[in-house]
Design a protein around this ligand. Structure first.
Ligand SMILES: *[C@@H]1O[C@H](CO)[C@@H](O)[C@H](O)[C@H]1NC(C)=O
Ligand SMILES: *[C@@H]1O[C@H](CO)[C@@H](O)[C@H](O)[C@H]1NC(C)=O
Ligand SMILES: *[C@@H]1O[C@H](CO)[C@@H](O)[C@H](O)[C@H]1NC(C)=O
Length: 344
């Protein structure tokens, strides 16, 4: 008598399912490059191995599926890494990040516990387009090697404790569209080389930058420039010009000095804050013809009639100048030459 083992179709089906599941597992595990996986696991072990932030970062699972990681669809190399928005992570930026050589986007942001310098290992990341190290406790200088990462389009180092000068090498980043270095402790002057930037969105406010605004910026064309709350001096009129494209220029709270009467404004200017400087001359009529939404020229040495059509900005916007007059300030004293005492 032959014994036919009774194989239920359900049993066969479940074998099939688990087999295909194993294939899928091994297949997805393969997608992540081992050296990328090792680098990421090292980052996890440095910044908080037991934190729920890294829950999905587990050995022998596809690192391309880990939260805050992404891979190139074709090469399956890690091209995106975003660590941060977390108060529990702590430590320095691990040098092993430099082994993720296919990274195009790298963020370490909103992490009070991130300390130490910007590591030189980042100089290996030649494919980086977007580097954001912002709102952390990073210290030390802005490294000049960043100027060699020539694919960078966005560089955000804002709200850290970075000090020292702005490296002139950053002007070699010919693809750069945004440079945010505001709210640090940067010193020294704005590099001469920044005259080569075209259409750059540039925010360097709330630092300790000093020295004259370089003459070379007459060639630059910023789409946005905010240098407020520094100690800049000299002729900042080089930032203006009828052919420039700036939508916003903020020099508030510096010590720049130039004759405003001679300035030609970019025709698309929507925001202009020149308050708390040593700017003299009078306000050009052209200002009233711009699509301005923000205007402040208070606390300068300006004189003469305010062009008509600027009253919506209120008297605060013109206060504490040498002798500005007319709405929204007090009317100008009409001085008629004919009745002037010296003619009598
Ligand atoms: C993480 O957890 C493991 C096991 O519970 C423990 O041995 C290790 O000390 C912990 N590491 C940290 C940095 O807390
Ligand atoms: C830097 O560290 C201090 C003290 O540890 C903390 O209060 C502050 O929020 C941190 N800064 C940032 C930007 O995270
Ligand atoms: C202009 O700037 C001054 C000084 O910074 C400030 O007090 C005032 O409120 C500002 N006015 C407007 C309209 O922005």
């Amino acid at each position: 008598m032959e014994i036919h083992p009774k194989i239920s179709p359900l049993f066969l089906f479940s074998i099939l399912i688990s087999f295909s599941f194993m294939i899928t597992l091994s297949h997805t595990a393969e997608l992540c490059h081992p050296s990328d996986e090792n680098a990421l696991l090292e980052i996890k072990s440095r910044l908080g191995p037991n934190l729920s932030f890294f829950d999905t970062w587990r050995p022998n699972t596809d690192c391309c599926s880990w939260i805050n990681v992404a891979c190139d669809k074709r090469t399956h190399r890690v091209n995106y890494l975003a660590v941060g928005q977390n108060r529990d992570l702590s430590g320095q930026i691990p040098s092993v990040v430099g082994q993720l050589s296919h990274l195009e986007t790298l963020w370490f942001n909103d992490m009070p516990g991130l300390t130490g310098p910007i590591p030189s290992a980042l100089s290996n990341l030649a494919n980086l387009k977007e580097l954001m190290l912002a709102r952390t406790n990073l210290t030390g200088p802005i490294p000049s090697f960043l100027g060699r990462l020539t694919k960078l389009t966005d560089l955000d180092l804002s709200e850290n404790r970075l000090y020292g000068p702005i490296p002139g090498s950053l002007s070699q980043l010919s693809n750069l569209q945004q440079l945010k270095i505001f709210k640090n402790q940067l010193t020294g002057s704005i590099p001469e080389s920044f005259g080569s930037f075209k259409k750059l969105f540039f925010q360097a406010y709330e630092n300790q930058l000093s020295g004259p605004v370089p003459r070379s910026l007459v060639r630059a064309d910023f789409s946005w420039v905010d240098l407020s709350s520094n100690q800049l001096t000299g002729d900042a009129s080089v930032l203006f010009g009828r052919r420039k494209r700036a939508a916003y220029i903020n020099l508030n709270n510096n010590a720049v000095s130039f004759d405003l009467s001679k300035v030609e404004f970019p025709s698309k200017l929507q925001g202009l804050d020149l308050s708390h400087n040593v700017i003299y001359g009078s306000i050009p009529q052209q200002l009233a013809k711009l699509p301005l939404k923000v205007l402040n020229v208070s606390y300068n040495q300006l004189c003469g009639p305010i062009p008509t059509g600027l009253t919506q900005f209120g008297s605060d916007a013109f206060a504490s100048n040498k002798c500005l007059c007319g709405a929204p300030l007090a009317p100008c004293k009409s001085i008629s030459l004919f009745f002037h005492p010296s003619f009598m």
